[in-house]
Design a protein around this ligand. Structure first.
Ligand code: FES
Ligand code: MG
Length: 598
């Protein structure tokens, strides 16, 4: 690559600025101190960041420490210089009180790094649930050439000849434990069997979802999302990703060229076909806002609801990550959807080609795992958006509604797709764990379980606690799921057909703050409504009394970031971003480089 055919590199303002030689010397000397040479730094080679999300604290992404070596080799091969740096780690299962709290923190940190250092392009090492949106949100805000590299899922988990999938096995094992069928030691062994190698959750949880959607958005190389972490193909695509980012810098191919309205609609359609996580709308809407694309929540139902489920992965289906990859991964799914005209084929991707060109003609390699469009696992597998006096919006993932649930709640011929029942309300997961098995609550199969105080402000960060198991006595009678409704999230690995992400949350005085145990509630999936059946006047009176008492109570902040984020975070319907941050994408073209620091 020669310097004439590439755009002026932003890193030159640091390392090769004849108009400001004293600052150039200052910037250069410190980057020489670990072995980079003056010739290299002044050669006109692009400086490529490797945004490293892996560490001992984030086991899902830890394999990126290894993959980064291959990324560097790819960058070198094409004439770039790699600078690896850490991103604030986020571990979905390890971070208390929530990993949700850290998505926006990692975003914020990465924006400063990408903008404030001499980087011409960046490889985003993504994987575990929140790491993917955090990186894409930051790349959208700064809008320098960026390519995502997934770390890939773990190998399949096995226990006594059966596949055990991340998270999904936890919910099942908890039921077995509650029913007294297994003991503590067996419980831990069963859960641990689902994590046999490096990598992220091997189910269609939020990680596989977000990495699949990153590929569908065009932000990672075609065919790369599904490769299991330990496979040699994963090393190969790390190398290819490193090579490609150098070309992207030369082509000045930026996130704003890729993350278009069409790309987001493609992601929504793919999300339905893969049985994607209920966290996807939060994160995808957050990315859309940071790149400046309008994507109201209703778009998810409009574009996604009628799309069938094609991918047979847990929790909606049977298989796991290795099977998904062997069956063809994202390109095979996209090819099926293209056959129905459901994909905007002209959307550009990081390899410089369109998604249509990348995926056209890609065959399914195993139809048990990825179904042809004509023989789906379920029709109409996308989300339903619900509204009413309980909340302005919440979503329900219809692909996980099983026969038993449908028979009990959605099969009344006089009132199809609707059900009514009394509410039992829990204020946070501690309250739920404490009382769920208390017979005094009088929970029956008609009961609707409510979880509140679990949103972005209330928890804070929005906890994955809305899917609640029924009381042990009902499980023993064969009732494995009650309708659950809440202002928190649910793990993408859960197969519970909960009504989630309610916005505004109770802590923001949404309708959930007003509901009481014993109130009757009506849900109508066809009409898209969710209401507590009490008169408006009484609701207004409850609201007045609660507001006078200081609003819905939630625990005090325990760290500075909890307090800062609570003050500016939006609700889940609009991506739960730091409100105001989205305007920094719009000024990307005019803001120029940061001022010198001395
Ligand atoms: Fe990290 Fe599931 S916990 S990917
Ligand atoms: Mg999760």
């Amino acid at each position: 690559m020669t310097s004439e055919n590439q755009p002026k590199l932003r890193s030159r303002a640091w390392f090769d600025n004849p108009d400001n030689i004293d600052m150039t010397a200052l910037y250069l000397e410190r980057y020489l101190n670990f072995g980079l040479s003056l010739e290299e730094l002044q050669s006109g080679k692009p400086i490529i960041g490797i945004a490293q999300t892996g560490s001992d604290l984030s086991p899902c992404n830890r394999h990126h420490l290894v993959l980064a070596e291959r990324v560097r080799e790819g960058i070198r091969e094409m004439g770039g210089i790699a600078l690896e740096f850490p991103v604030h780690p986020i571990q979905e299962t390890g971070k208390r009180p929530t990993a949700g709290l850290d998505r926006n923190l990692a975003y914020l940190g990465l924006v400063e790094l990408l903008y404030g250092y001499p980087l011409d392009g960046v490889v985003l090492t993504v994987g575990c649930d929140k790491t993917t949106p955090a990186c894409l949100m930051a790349a959208a805000t700064v809008n320098i050439p960026a390519i995502a590299l997934s770390v890939g899922p773990m190998l399949n988990g096995w226990h006594k000849g059966e596949r055990t999938g991340s998270g999904t096995i936890v919910w099942k094992a908890r039921e077995l434990l509650a029913a007294g069928e297994i003991e503590a030691k067996e419980f831990i062994r069963l859960v641990a069997s689902s994590a046999p190698s490096t990598g992220y959750c091997n189910t269609m949880g939020t990680a596989t979802t977000m990495n699949s959607l990153t590929e569908a958005l065009g932000m990672s190389l075609p065919g790369s999302a599904a490769i299991p972490a330990p496979y040699r193909d994963r090393q190969e695509v790390a190398y290819d990703t490193g090579k490609r980012i150098v070309e992207m810098v030369a082509e000045d191919l930026k996130p704003s060229d890729i993350l278009t309205r069409e790309a987001f609609e493609n992601a929504i359609v793919v999300n339905s076909a893969i049985g994607g996580s209920t966290n996807a709308p939060i994160h995808i809407n957050a990315i859309a806002r940071h790149i400046g694309v309008e994507l109201p929540l209703d778009t998810w139902q409009e574009k996604g609801h009628h799309v069938p489920l094609l991918v047979n992965l847990q929790p909606a289906g049977e298989y796991l990550g290795e099977d998904y990859y062997r069956a063809g991964g994202v390109p095979a799914v996209v090819a099926q959807l293209m056959g129905q005209g459901l994909i905007h084929e002209g959307a550009v991707t990081v390899n410089g080609k369109t998604i249509g060109d990348n995926c056209r003609g890609v065959a399914i390699e195993d139809e048990k795992v990825i179904r042809p469009f004509e023989a789906p696992l379920k029709e109409e597998a996308g989300f339903v958006v619900l509204r009413g006096n309980l909340f302005d919006s919440a979503i329900m993932k219809t692909s996980v509604i099983d026969q038993a649930f449908r028979a009990r709640y959605l099969s009344n011929p006089e009132d199809p797709e609707a059900f009514e029942g009394p509410a039992v309300v829990f204020d946070g997961p501690e309250d739920y764990h404490h009382r769920i098995d208390d017979p005094a609550l009088g929970i029956t199969p008609e009961t609707l379980l409510f979880m509140r105080g679990a949103g972005p402000i209330g928890y804070p960060g929005a906890a994955e606690v809305v899917n609640m198991r029924p009381p042990a006595y009902l499980i023993r009678e064969g009732v494995h799921a009650l309708p659950c409704i809440g202002d928190g999230r649910q793990s993408g690995t859960s197969g519970s057909p909960s009504i989630l992400n309610a916005s505004p949350e109770a802590a923001a005085m949404g309708g959930l703050a007003l509901i009481r145990t014993g109130d009757r509630v009506r849900i109508d999936l066809r009409k898209g409504t969710a209401d507590v059946l009490i008169p408006d006047e009484e609701l207004a009176e409850r609201r007045r009394v609660l507001a006078e008492a200081g609003g819905y109570p939630y625990p005090a902040s325990q760290t500075p970031w909890q307090e800062i984020q609570r003050g500016i975070v939006g609700q889940m319907e609009t991506g739960a971003i730091l409100e105001g941050a989205e305007k920094y994408q719009k000024i990307a073209q005019t803001r120029g480089l940061p001022r010198d620091n001395h």
